[in-house]
Write a new protein. Structure first.
Length: 105
C-alpha cells in the first residue's frame, strides 16, 4: 500500500516510481491549481500495488480486496491505471473482474 499513486517517469530510476504529485492531496498548496488533479474534499488517494506470478492470481486478489473495502465509510472511487503499459504488460479492467454491478455508481 502506498500513500499516493506512482509516477512512472522519474529522475531517479534506481528507486523506482516516485509519488505522482498531481494526485497527492497533501501537496495541494505546492502545485499550481490548474495542474492539480485531486477534487476538493479528497484527503487520501492510496495506491494498492499487486504483484504475482500470473495474471489469474492478481485478478482474484484484486476482486477479493475490492470486495473487502467497497463498503468502507468515506470511500469515493476505485480505479485502475497502467499508464500505457509502463507499469506492466497487463491491463486489468475492474468491470471484467466479476464485481457486482452495484459497486459501480
Amino acid at each position: 500500500m502506498c500513500s499516493a499513486g506512482s509516477k512512472i517517469n522519474t529522475k531517479f530510476p534506481e528507486i523506482g516510481p516516485t509519488t505522482n504529485h498531481l494526485y497527492c492531496p497533501k501537496l495541494k498548496q505546492k502545485i499550481p491549481v490548474e495542474e492539480f488533479k485531486v477534487p476538493d474534499g479528497i484527503y487520501s488517494i492510496p495506491e494498492i500495488v499487486f504483484n504475482a506470478l500470473d495474471l489469474e492470481t492478481i485478478e482474484k486478489t484484486m476482486l477479493k480486496v475490492i470486495e473487502g473495502i467497497i463498503n468502507i465509510d468515506g470511500l469515493i472511487k476505485i480505479s485502475t491505471g497502467n499508464y500505457g503499459g509502463k507499469l506492466g504488460k497487463y491491463k486489468i479492467y475492474l468491470r471484467e473482474l466479476g464485481l457486482k454491478e452495484s459497486y459501480f455508481s
